[in-house]
Design a protein around this ligand. Structure first.
Ligand code: 5GP
Length: 192
């Protein structure tokens, strides 16, 4: 059992709507030991790939992406969700449905920070239905950038986003793959 799986068992809380709350170590308070273990695992798996940029989505993906970027010595770009006068007019944009907020929103990246030469590693905290990851892939497609891999901390495998991405040929590494939430409040992981 790896560190992420251990933390989920010890400190994850299952909420209604198939939501796993991991605020105590990842989504609100961030524990450095957990972050380092996550970044180490991604760095080990993806270090042989030809990647020049890490792309994530605000806000929970940023810390993960930065910890990984320190190891791989790469820049991080995070797609913005919030509208802002500061965002360049020249930008790539797509719509993403938020599983936790149950609404659609724009995600955007300035054309300055994503381009046709880029070989991108996408990272995020959760993979559920795959809308966030597909949105980031769409931004890369608009820029003509190549998606070399996708690193996810927690995949809820029963929601099929990861399955679809793998069928499409993407190299998806999920550090914890949840098979199901049980009625007694426990979590079962997929066997590897
Ligand atoms: P997807 O777009 O794959 O359906 O969902 C992934 C996004 O929704 C992630 O960026 C994450 O912020 C959020 N998310 C989805 N499921 C969960 C969950 O069970 N717990 C938490 N904390 N976030 C989730």
């Amino acid at each position: 059992m790896n560190k992420v799986e251990e933390l989920i068992l010890k400190r994850g809380e299952i909420k209604s709507g198939n939501i796993l709350k991991v605020d105590s170590f990842l989504n609100h308070q961030i524990e450095i030991d957990a972050l380092e273990a996550i970044a180490d695992a991604f760095a080990e798996y993806f270090s042989q790939k030809d990647i020049n940029k890490i792309l994530t989505i605000e806000s929970s993906g940023i810390a993960i992406a930065v910890a990984l970027a320190q190891r791989l010595k790469l820049p991080v770009v995070f797609a913005k969700k919030a509208e802002s006068l500061n965002l360049d007019a020249e930008r790539y944009s797509t719509r993403v449905y938020s599983f936790t907020k149950q609404k659609e929103y724009n995600v955007q990246v300035s054309k300055k920070y994503l381009c046709a030469d880029d070989k991108v590693l996408i990272v995020d905290d959760f993979l559920a239905l795959g809308s966030a990851a597909k949105g980031l892939i769409e931004l890369c497609n608009q820029a003509g950038a190549l998606v070399e891999g996708i690193g996810i901390v927690i995949e809820k495998a029963f929601q099929n986003g990861g399955k679809e991405l793998r069928v499409q040929g993407y190299d998806v590494l999920s550090l914890a793959m949840i098979e199901r939430f049980n009625e007694d409040g426990s979590v079962s992981f997929c066997s590897r």
